[in-house]
Design a protein around this ligand. Structure first.
Ligand code: MRU
Length: 345
């Protein structure tokens, strides 16, 4: 299962706002449409947003008609800014946009047509690397899973959040493929319901046993001894291991420590923001209040009620047992393990 395909100047995105009830594909032919799709969460999940933005730039630069390199690079930078202004928290978006722009500059002495081809090639490499990295995350993470474990996950860090196979769900997939007879508990993940709508759907499609629970039930099942470990994805990991992920992740991490349950983060190295020291520097996206007061078009809350809707929270590093990346498993103290990882790049 993949949420995105690029073909002949068109980015095809499965509409994740409509899953699982309806499978609707959008065909995007302008970079503005791609930016809007990221903003509206038609595509979501840190790695999927990054690669979609990269293809958005490909589509954008294809539309630049000029022989003047200064004009070309000025327009490229404008397109990159539009992409970066979609969602603030997942660093993969900024990482992907910067990587594409840098590729263009590295090839600035070539013809504009050739620069456009290099930009496309780079987006395709990122797309392919994402799936390869996810497979490696799965292999490393599988070593932490015992036969018959029940694993709690939050939000959707699966195929739908990446270019395929997932991050947190890659560990789950790898353990399942290894015949470990695991079970998954999926938090529904209010307000956007990525757990109920996307994680439950994709695990069922793969025949992986999944039980859906409301977010506020996680502590109950941990206390009863029914959860063996937690695995979540990440949107941005600071140099000290503090991790931004879907709102509610922090609550699970605290509950996991209280109940002596390992809490794992699974993410590619592109999710680590080496430029920030701690999670305090991470910008948390505030989304439309209607996501809280309504479920789809049905209003649940009284008209005019005050609402807050932060889309992410930051889990302090001391709640995290390990961070699983495609380059290996990082253990505390994360400031040191992340520093060594950076030096090895
Ligand atoms: O708001 P979303 O759905 O984009 O948030 C997604 C998450 O928080 C995921 O856990 C994270 O991006 C990792 S996806 C592999």
């Amino acid at each position: 299962m993949r949420p995105l395909y690029y073909e002949d100047g068109v980015l095809k995105l499965i509409d994740q706002t409509k899953l699982p009830a309806n499978t609707v594909w959008h065909e995007l032919k302008s970079y503005e449409q791609v930016a809007k799709a990221i903003k509206d969460m038609i595509v979501r999940g840190a790695p999927a947003i990054g690669v979609s933005a990269a293809y958005g730039i490909v589509i954008g630069v294809n539309g630049i008609v000029t022989d003047d390199k200064d004009v070309f690079f000025k327009e490229l930078n404008n397109i990159a800014d539009v992409m970066k202004n979609t969602r603030p928290t997942a660093v993969n978006l900024f990482w992907a946009v910067d990587r594409i722009v840098e590729k263009a500059y590295q090839n600035k002495d070539k013809s504009i047509d050739e620069i456009k081809k290099e930009v496309l090639r780079e987006a395709q490499i990122m797309d392919q690397e994402d799936v390869e990295n996810n497979r490696k995350i799965g292999e490393f993470g599988n070593s932490l899973i015992k036969p018959k474990d029940t694993i709690l996950t939050h939000c959707n860090a699966g195929s739908l959040a990446t270019c395929g196979y997932g991050t947190a769900l890659s560990v789950i997939r790898a353990a399942h493929e290894a015949g470990k007879e695991i079970n998954v508990f999926a938090n529904e993940t209010r307000p956007y319901l990525q757990g109920a709508r996307l994680t439950a759907y994709e695990l069922m499609q793969d025949g992986i046993p999944v039980t859906l629970i409301c977010d506020n039930m996680a502590g109950y099942f941990m206390h009863k001894g029914e959860i063996n470990c937690c695995i979540v994805g990440a949107d941005r990991i600071a140099s000290n291991g503090d991790t931004a992920n879907k709102i509610g992740t922090y609550t699970i991490a605290v509950l996991a420590m209280e109940n002596n349950i390992p809490f794992y983060v699974a993410a590619p190295v592109s999710t680590i923001d080496f430029g920030i020291a701690t999670g305090d520097e991470i910008i948390i996206e505030e989304r439309n209040h209607k996501e809280v007061t309504h479920i789809r078009e049905i209003q649940l809350a009284p008209e005019g009620v005050n609402v807050k809707n932060p889309a992410f929270d930051v889990t302090p590093n001391h709640y995290i047992t390990a961070i699983i990346t495609e380059m290996g498993i990082l253990y505390p103290p994360f400031s040191e393990s992340i520093k060594s990882l950076k030096e090895s790049l």
